[in-house]
Design a protein around this ligand. Sequence first.
Ligand code: FAD
Length: 425
Amino acid sequence: MSEGRSFDILIVGGGLAGAALGCALRGTGLRVGILEAVPIGARGQPSYDDRSIALAHGSQRIFQALGLWSQLASHACPIRHIHISNRGFFGFTRLSAQDEGVEALGYVIENRTIGAIVGAALAAAENVDWIAPATVTDVALDEQAATVCARINGEQVCLSAKLVVAADGDRSIVRESLGVDVDRRPYDQAAVIANVTPEKHHDHVAYERFTATGPLALLPMTEGRCSLVWMVPPQEQEAMLARGDDEFLKRLQDVFGWRLGRFVKVGKRAAYPLALTRARQAVLTRTVLIGNAAHALHPVAGQGFNLSLRDVAVLAELIYDAHCAGEDIGAQAVLQRYHAWRERDQGNAMLFTDVLARVFANPLGLVAKARNAGLIAADVMPPIKHRLTRFTMGLAGRQPRLGCGLPLVPSGAIDKTAQRVSAVS
Ligand SMILES: Cc1cc2nc3c(=O)[nH]c(=O)nc-3n(C[C@H](O)[C@H](O)[C@H](O)COP(=O)(O)OP(=O)(O)OC[C@H]3O[C@@H](n4cnc5c(N)ncnc54)[C@H](O)[C@@H]3O)c2cc1C
């Protein structure tokens, strides 16, 4: 085993959450290392796969403040309306960007594209070391430092840092190695995803349709395509992947209806088992858990990464401010500030998605009627609608600087990095 370098911060996992934190810490003067098992662009990369992300308006502002939105924007499709309905009933709710005075409620963008753009930004960052492939095997903590051991180029290497950020996903090895328990409640649903092309243009409407087996989302994409996220019983998942394209599209047509005309094309399909998971502790001595390592949500309403990005924006701000004030960035006091700030938003997002996933999948007639009445009420009562829209836009609660579209580092160091990124992408 060889002793490696020491860092201010080691981020374990360079997926959506870990890479976003790396980007937020560019230009801060802090020495950051990101250890990632599967490099961006490699086959089998679990974070930058065939899915698309519905980025909330608040997340777009964070990417703007990070100097990355100008590159993401050309690949992103704006969501101008959200149409929520209940299959078999006529009640529905419509949310609109115009009502909120914004250009878009959110944007849909492919995970692979986000990966390519954040990857280029990290490669150009002077204070961030992208270490991949590097599989973390063990983490140990003491009062002075955290030690992270990983297999790098076939060799076991141990690195040290003032702070370790676990961003290594739902099956986090950091979490396991530190003995943090997890509450996990599986949903009786799996998400089948694919890109589909309808005959009619989506007109920038995102559809969320609740069916007896779970929600179905169709999100507007570039080139007139839609990103489909279809919740099905886990025992049907294999059959949904194995079906011929025509049969799959016919089934989709039966469930979604004809609002977008005939579905004419479907791309590659994939399935994801779904569970609500939450680590019992998100903050330990010299350690913070973020992204799916801290909380994995049902994908209904596209909240998971948006929530993680808000976590990232707050964490980066508190770390940077502590660093500027000469504080120990791994100190409990700093990490507790993060926990106190983020606890409420995390709880609300988990509750919101859990209720939607469970109540809206309940086939009982009385429950179905009650949720239909709820959709109608939400549609005709502007204050309820406004609060629902602000929440889905990721604008509820206290916002960090990045969430307000302001740079973390006032000196313009990020701008210089952004210019270099433009040059490489
Ligand atoms: C079907 C579906 C649709 C979704 N749609 C949306 C949406 O529209 N909007 C939204 O906001 N969210 C959405 N989400 C949620 C979003 O995908 C997650 O929030 C996000 O992927 C979490 O990112 P992460 O970086 O925390 O974890 P991951 O994506 O799991 O990444 C973890 C990273 O850590 C690396 N890693 C793992 N173990 C190790 C190790 N030992 N050493 C080094 N590296 C390691 C992995 O290689 C990976 O790169 C959706 C989720 C699903 C399942």
